[in-house]
Ligand binder design. Structure first.
Ligand SMILES: [Zn+2]
Length: 412
């Protein structure tokens, strides 16, 4: 780990700490059976605000190879994301009106869920993603994916090979990268002069307003707002021309940028977002003090409930092992004393053990185990609570109950 002392976007060194969530293991560092019981590294989880440009960020940086080289999350396991990306691709095809055969490149393309829709629309697609196993599997399935981190050097290499994309996309990448300058430089280099760069990032305003504090973990080094991003693009000869809110990850922004002088016009949305962010106090440290107070209130309510159920002799398990569960479990103090195991239907995670606590990850058939049926399942993937509850009706019919921890503690 290393600690930076300047703002990731503007370079200012005025970076007061506005939130501290203690220390946690890496959110996606699941371990195999032979590692169980061995201590795992923990890293401080502290959020800083740049008083010069307003960018909210972590300054403690974990080696990206350690974070992303063995990444196990795949988008196509979630029907919600597949549908999101289908609409996303169609919106961009409609907006650009690009002819068949145009080039589309995605940075952080994961298993090619988005690119597949562009490919079906007749476009020539290329994925870039450092998760080697997923990249190899995706290439095998017909979407060429380069297993590397995207930077200016890779952009220059691709440009020399004849790539000049009509659309470059990067989703949930801007939150992950410590060096955003080389990414935007690379995009500007690889984008057709009339092309568009489209990206999605989790939106800090949603994180704060809906108390989505569990999206804060070491992979996410930035918590974006519109205003600081305008300056980032400007520095690299680009212009942010449109922003909309989308509901991915509890609330995200989709931004569209172009190379300076491109044919698309700047929309009023950009200035509207700046006004909204100012009115919401996102550059005021007191906003984060109130945010922390709400987190502590939720913690108290949930922990009271879990301890009471445990005292009554109930069996409780966790449902869902997303990265965010690590922040939630460590900040609240939910460990093996409260949960027996964690259910997750991703085959990439089953058979592994959760970061730090080493709870086994098992398939959802465990809910139906007649010899040891849990009384309560705490939904750690709470953003999918409705879908999970609907799918596991049988568990409730037999007397089981779900606990939803956020945005409010509820028993369902
Ligand atoms: Zn700054």
């Amino acid at each position: 780990m290393r600690t930076r002392h300047d703002c990731r976007l503007c370079g200012s060194r005025e970076l007061p700490k506005v939130l501290s969530l203690g220390s946690t293991p890496l959110a996606n560092e699941f371990v195999s059976a032979d590692q169980v019981g061995k201590p795992q590294d923990r890293f401080p989880l502290e959020v800083h605000l740049c008083t010069a440009c307003g960018h909210v960020q972590l300054l403690d940086i974990v080696d990206p190879e350690r974070l992303f080289g063995n990444y196990v999350y795949v988008s196509s396991t979630s029907p919600v994301f597949v549908e999101h990306f289908r609409r996303y691709a169609h919106a961009m095809l409609h907006l650009t009106g690009m002819p068949k055969g145009s080039q589309v490149i995605e940075i952080g393309s994961n298993d090619g869920t988005l690119l597949r829709f562009f490919q079906e629309g007749g476009m020539r697609v290329l994925g870039i993603d450092p998760a080697r196993t997923i990249a190899a599997a995706t290439t095998q399935q017909g979407i060429e994916t380069i297993p590397e981190f995207f930077d200016l050097k890779l952009a220059q290499h691709l440009r020399a090979e004849g790539w000049e994309a009509s659309v470059i996309s990067a989703n949930n990448v801007f939150a992950h990268a410590d060096d955003l300058h080389t990414i935007v430089d690379g995009v500007a280099h690889l984008l057709h002069p009339e092309g568009l760069f489209v990206f999605e990032v989790s939106y800090l305003l949603d994180v704060v307003e809906k108390t989505l504090f569990d999206t804060i973990y070491h992979e996410h080094v930035s918590y974006h707002t519109v205003k600081p991003l305008i300056g980032l693009f400007r520095r690299h000869g680009m212009e942010l021309i449109d922003v909309i809110r989308v509901d991915t990850h509890g609330g995200s922004l989709r931004g569209i940028a172009k190379r300076r002088g491109g044919r698309f016009a700047k929309q009023p949305s950009v200035d509207q977002f700046i006004a909204l962010e100012e009115a919401s106090g996102l550059e005021d440290p007191q906003t984060f003090q109130r945010f922390f107070a709400r987190i502590q209130d939720l913690k108290m309510r949930l922990m009271e409930l879990l301890h009471r159920l445990k005292t009554e002799g109930k069996n409780i398990v966790g449902f869902g092992a997303p990265a965010k569960a690590t922040t939630l479990m460590f900040h609240f103090g939910i460990g093996p004393d409260l949960l027996e195991y964690i259910i997750d239907d991703s085959p990439w995670k089953q058979g592994l053990y959760t970061p730090g606590h080493h709870l086994p990850v098992v398939p959802s058939t465990a809910l139906d185990d007649p010899t040891h049926r849990p009384d309560y399942a705490l939904i750690l993937a709470w953003n999918f609570a409705e879908a999970i509850i609907a799918k596991h009706k049988a568990f409730r019919d037999k007397g089981g109950q779900f606990i939803v921890p956020l945005p409010q503690v509820e028993i369902r």
